[in-house]
Write a protein that binds this ligand. Structure first.
Ligand code: 0X9
Ligand code: ZN
Length: 409
């Protein structure tokens, strides 16, 4: 019921103005026993608080957003269960206000000192096609519920290259993902570094900054913390989790059948037009793909398939080996530390993801999902000053992956 009222409030706000998060705090809570884990899982299912990350394991902190009017309730809960809790974000709204206050975002000139609206990104993609004729071509990978294009580019300097697919922004609120993906694309076209030129010109790139354009726009106009698509399949809640909706081991753990859940898998596999149309597009180029990279935030993980099981896939050792080299490269520039591993081992069971479908359906050999910066001090609301450093270190690791991939594809 409480959840329902909150949704009504948010839906009302949708027509009028942006949802605000004044004095909302994010607490980092430490489960120290199986009992704590069970308790936190139950709390998450109750949908009373928005969990920014998931309940994983003993000693893995859980980030829980607490509205000011629920502070007392939250305090009672943690005291009662004996959970250690620390405030990571004192005022979510302040962080949101500071995140993107750079006037660059409104200047009309595209760049990496601010987060941009979908149309700014799309106009920039179009401009690349004009600027790099014969190299960049704009492609439409799919359509959204609200009728937007899912626009990307193909970058190809010559025929016959192995293909790399780069997916950003499947979760709407993870703004650093589209920003990092456009950063990488820009470097591929403009960098003079011979190592970057080498991967740019000797792979064919299929790059999609936003796999969830409706959700991304909604995070700009209405609710900064929206995750899902914007489809309407139930009378209660909007959207499904587009990274639980793909048709390989759909609803095989770590996904919800309730429409109001943040991990709602949808009414059936590929019920969401974004996942369905993108899967059809990927099918048309799958035989050309050697590498699939998916970008999320946050937590600083480099993840390998699958999300429904931690059984070792055929080239597990290779992916772990390359992954370790990649996170080592990533750490060189700014000391940013990542953890590499199977999804289930590192985070939690999560079925129906895009990477899993690509791997399961086509056997694409080199597949990784990034969880970009940070580890929770800003979470989804990563200040725009961190876009370029994140882009730089991430590209360092992508370079390593593609250099190493050569000997195995
Ligand atoms: O839960 C997810 O979808 C991802 N984490 S996030 O915090 N960004 O939501 C993890 C994706 C794991 N990938 C697959 N299951 N394929
Ligand atoms: Zn995500």
């Amino acid at each position: 019921m409480i959840r329902y009222l909150l949704l009504l409030a948010l839906a009302g706000a949708a027509c009028a103005e942006k949802a605000r998060f004044d004095n909302y705090r994010v607490h980092s809570v430490l489960p120290e026993s199986e009992h704590h884990l069970r308790f936190l899982r139950e709390l998450e299912e109750n949908n009373d608080f928005l969990f920014w990350n998931d309940v994983r394991a003993v000693n893995a902190s859980v980030h829980i957003m607490v509205p000011p009017h629920k502070t007392a309730q939250f305090q009672e809960i943690v005291d009662f269960v004996g959970l250690k809790s620390e405030i990571y974000i004192n005022d979510v709204q302040k962080l949101i206000d500071a995140e993107n206050n750079n006037p660059a975002a409104r200047s009309g000139i595209f760049g990496w000192n601010a987060y941009y609206r979908l149309n700014d990104i799309y106009n920039w993609l179009d401009s690349l096609e004009a600027q790099y004729p014969g190299v960049v071509s704009v492609v439409v990978g799919g359509t959204t519920y609200e009728g937007r294009e899912i626009r990307g580019v193909k970058v190809s300097y010559k025929a016959g290259n192995p293909g790399v697919f780069v997916e950003g922004g499947i979760h709407a609120r993870e703004w650093i993902s589209p920003a990092t993906v456009t950063y990488i694309l820009n470097q591929l076209l403009t960098s003079q570094d011979p190592a970057i030129r080498d991967i740019a010109e000797n792979y064919d790139w299929y790059i999609f900054p936003s796999f969830n354009p409706d959700g991304y726009e909604y995070t700009h106009t209405t609710n900064r913390l929206w995750r899902k698509t914007r489809s309407r399949s139930s009378s209660l809640c909007y959207g499904a989790d587009p990274n639980r909706n793909w048709g390989f081991h759909w609803m095989d753990g770590g996904a919800s059948s309730s429409a109001c859940s943040e991990t709602y898998a949808g009414s059936s596999a590929f019920s969401e037009i974004e996942a369905r149309s993108l899967s059809q597009y990927i099918s048309t180029i799958a035989d050309k793909l050697s590498v699939y990279l998916s970008f999320h935030s946050y937590s600083q993980y480099l993840l390998i398939p699958y999300g429904f099981s931690n059984a070792h896939i055929s080239n597990y050792d290779t992916l772990m080996d390359i992954g370790k080299k990649a996170i080592n490269s990533l750490s060189q520039r700014y000391g940013t530390k990542y953890v590499v591993g199977n999804i289930v081992d590192v985070i939690y069971v999560a079925s129906g993801g895009s990477m899993d479908w690509v791997r399961g359906e086509y056997g694409t050999p080199i597949t990784y999902t990034y969880e970009l910066r940070d580890t929770g001090r800003n979470g989804f609301v990563l200040p725009a000053e961190q876009i370029i450093p994140t882009g730089e270190e991430t590209l360092d690791s992508v370079l390593t992956i593609l250099q190493e991939a050569r000997s195995v594809i």
